[in-house]
Design a protein around this ligand. Structure first.
Ligand code: PMP
Length: 360
């Protein structure tokens, strides 16, 4: 068996010990004689798996008691609609920050339900910086302010939290949740598709403050209704049971590693190695303003785009896969989520230095 270093933006690499454990438990989970996939979601075994996963997540993120944690389906894109439909609460106006492709998708979905005020945008410079907070045109009457703490495509990450006063802050943390400690109490809603730092695709995590739920827009489908799902322990219909179980294994892996403080140290080290390699070279280039660079997604271009194909081919031969950048940015993108081992980043840097020496 050969495992590669997989730099995919998502679905992405999972921790090897998690995959090993899932394999060991595949045919017979804990003496039940069946796999987790085959269990009733209402049976004792799965209910215990689900509760343990929620508790471990609460421990990792120090989620306060007045927040619900929901394990849903529909992806982060489902939440682009669920957020306005749950949080408008009779209001019409909402604030959005536009820092990249995912912000734009969230904005266009919200426009179906609300009057969207884009408080700040970095589109004019192709999303390579984060607009300074004092330039944001916030609306004190907005039902909430939505932003994308990590733009997966542009590789742009907030290293600070917007201060929105009484206006609930909503964050699409799909690509940086669990990468470091956060103060959940600063947020009204945090949501994330699972397929980067949580587990396999098909599971969507929502963390929502109690007082924001229970006043949905008329016509909100029940499966997207935070109150209905919270009251049903995320089981108003059949939840994505296997994804929930695997997420639980990922949470246990993080705890064993020393929690999010320890994870942050590793992530900082990995990102620093890669950015240093890029910055020390005249051949590789990352366009993002240094203060807004992502620790999770690192886009970079080669001095000669004609060499892109060869770079990807040779990288593949060296066991470094899925490095092709998004077409809107071009070049390469290395996603270095929690589960990417530091040795993977070392191998990538070594390959980049060698490639430059031979081709530049
Ligand atoms: N938001 C961000 C920041 C993302 O990276 C992605 C997926 N790449 C999405 C939203 C969409 O997620 P999903 O495919 O789960 O709907």
């Amino acid at each position: 068996m050969t495992r590669v270093y997989n730099f995919s933006a998502g679905p992405a690499v999972l921790p090897e010990p998690v995959l090993e454990r899932a394999r060991a438990e595949m045919l017979d989970w804990n003496g039940t004689g069946m796999s987790v996939m085959e269990m009733s979601h209402r049976g004792k075994a799965f209910v215990s798996i689900a509760a343990q996963a929620e508790q471990d997540l609460r421990d990792l993120l120090k989620v306060p008691d007045n927040y619900k944690v929901l394990f849903l389906q529909g992806g982060a894109s489902g939440q682009f609609a669920a957020v306005p439909m749950n949080l408008l609460r009779g209001k019409k106006q909402v604030d959005y920050v536009n820092t990249g492709s995912w912000s734009k998708k969230a904005i266009s979905e919200a426009k179906k339900y609300a009057d969207v005020n884009v408080v700040a945008t970095s589109e004019a410079d192709n999303f390579t910086h984060i607009p300074a907070f004092d330039s944001w045109q916030c609306n004190g009457e907005a039902a909430y302010l939505h932003y994308t703490p990590n733009e997966t495509i542009g590789g742009v990450e907030f290293h600070w939290v917007p201060e929105t006063g009484d206006v609930p802050l909503v964050a699409d943390m799909s690509s940086n949740i669990l990468s470091r400690p956060i103060d959940v109490s600063r947020y009204g809603v945090i949501y994330a598709g699972a397929q980067k730092n949580i587990g396999p695709a098909g599971l969507t995590l929502v963390i929502v403050r109690d007082d924001l739920i229970g006043n949905p827009m008329p016509g909100l489908p029940s499966i997207l209704d935070y109150k209905i799902q919270a009251d049903a322990d995320s089981m108003s219909n059949t939840p994505p049971t296997y994804g929930w179980y695997l997420a639980g294994l990922v949470f246990q892996w993080l705890k064993e590693l020393g929690g999010l403080e320890a994870m942050e140290q590793i992530n900082r080290r990995k990102a620093e190695k890669l950015y240093t390699a890029i910055d020390n070279s005249a051949f590789y280039h990352n366009p993002v303003e240094v203060s807004a660079r992502s620790l999770m997604n690192v886009p970079f271009t080669l001095a000669d785009a004609e060499l892109d194909g060869l770079f990807l081919k040779e990288a593949e031969q060296a066991g470094l896969t899925t490095l092709k950048g998004h077409r809107s940015v071009g070049g390469m993108r290395a996603s270095i989520y929690n589960a990417m081992p530091e040795a993977g980043v070392d191998a990538l840097v070594e390959f980049m230095v060698d490639f430059e020496q031979r081709k530049a």
